[in-house]
Ligand binder design. Structure first.
Ligand code: ATP
Ligand code: MG
Length: 281
């Protein structure tokens, strides 16, 4: 199963980079392997949020890696201030410039090679690709190779953009088709339901609009470091769990094991009380 997800949206400013960064940070605490953020956005939001030195010689990221045989994956990973969280900077100009499937074949093959390298490396637990603000061809190409998750805010404008993107991707099959969404900047349950109805996608997580998230972004820090007890931090942790589960199917959503455990232990207590011994032992 693929451990690479690509965060897409139909409109800019919905919170893709914020969500990608915070989910990646939370994932480092849930997984024992490394987590990689691929910045596919020329606006370099992830480079800003993760506070990395974007004048580093590694700025050409996967493109360098693909074109030079002497490089190992470690050579393009940029360390962040956070343990086991790395950034790969990637230029997508080749993909954006490609006007025809023929022209795109070369860059796509290279991207596919990069994907295989990441997926076969046991040191890497999760890879999250952040894409640019407006719908570009790169969305389309990334979605053809990686598992897409749509991030949207619940306003009509953003939903319209999301529907346009869905239309572009509707012919894609299997895990490359957009079927999952994260609702960001929601202020009520009703808004989340509105998104679900309007887009007909499975909502795997929702994150409220909150001052803590804005503050954390301005301070270039993960929300759970700035406001660990906030609702926003909790929601982002849940979102990280949902993404990991989507990729590996191994991590149960929070709460589920507890529910199952208590359900099973109540059954075993009951059986024990029926077939012998003292109930509750
Ligand atoms: N849940 C939230 N609550 C409050 N503010 C938020 C939330 N999520 C994101 N923001 C703010 O919204 C703004 C846009 O976020 P971000 O840059 O992550 O969006 P984006 O979708 O990556 O944008 P672009 O399309 O330009 O790449 C930022 O100022 C960020 O702090
Ligand atoms: Mg962004």
């Amino acid at each position: 199963m693929s451990k690479i997800v690509v965060i897409v949206s139909g409109k800019g400013g919905v919170g893709k980079s914020t969500v990608a960064f915070n989910i990646a940070y939370e994932a480092t605490k849930l997984l024992s392997a490394d987590v990689i953020l691929i910045s596919a956005d020329p606006a370099k939001s992830l480079e800003f949020l993760t506070d990395i030195d974007d004048s580093s010689e590694k700025v050409n990221g996967w493109f360098e890696y693909i074109n030079r045989e002497d490089l190992e994956i470690e050579d393009v990973l940029i360390r962040t201030p956070y343990e086991r969280l790395f950034v790969v900077c990637s230029s997508v100009e080749d993909l954006i410039a490609a006007q025809t499937p023929e022209e795109a074949r070369g860059p796509l093959e290279k991207l596919l090679y990069f994907k295989k390298t990441l997926e076969s490396n046991p040191r890497i637990g999760l890879v999250i690709v952040d894409t640019p603000g407006s719908i570009t061809k790169s969305h389309y190409y990334y979605a053809r190779l990686f598992r897409p998750i749509l991030v949207t805010a619940p306003t009509s404008l953003e939903l319209r953009g999301a529907r346009e993107l869905l239309k572009l991707n509707e012919h894609l099959e299997g895990e490359h088709r957009i079927t999952k969404a994260i609702v960001n900047k929601a202020i009520s349950k009703r808004e989340i339901e509105k998104v679900e109805k309007s887009l007909n996608l499975e909502i795997i997580a929702s994150i409220s609009s909150s001052q803590e998230i804005e503050d954390a972004c301005n301070q270039r820090k993960p929300v759970s470091l700035i406001a660990p007890k906030s609702r926003a931090a909790r929601e982002l942790q849940e979102a990280a769990r949902a993404v990991i589960m989507l990729c590996s199917g191994q991590l149960e959503p929070k709460g589920k094991p507890r529910v199952r455990e208590s359900f099973l232990s109540s059954i075993s207590r009951r059986l024990y009380s029926i077939f012998g011994g003292v109930a509750g032992e």
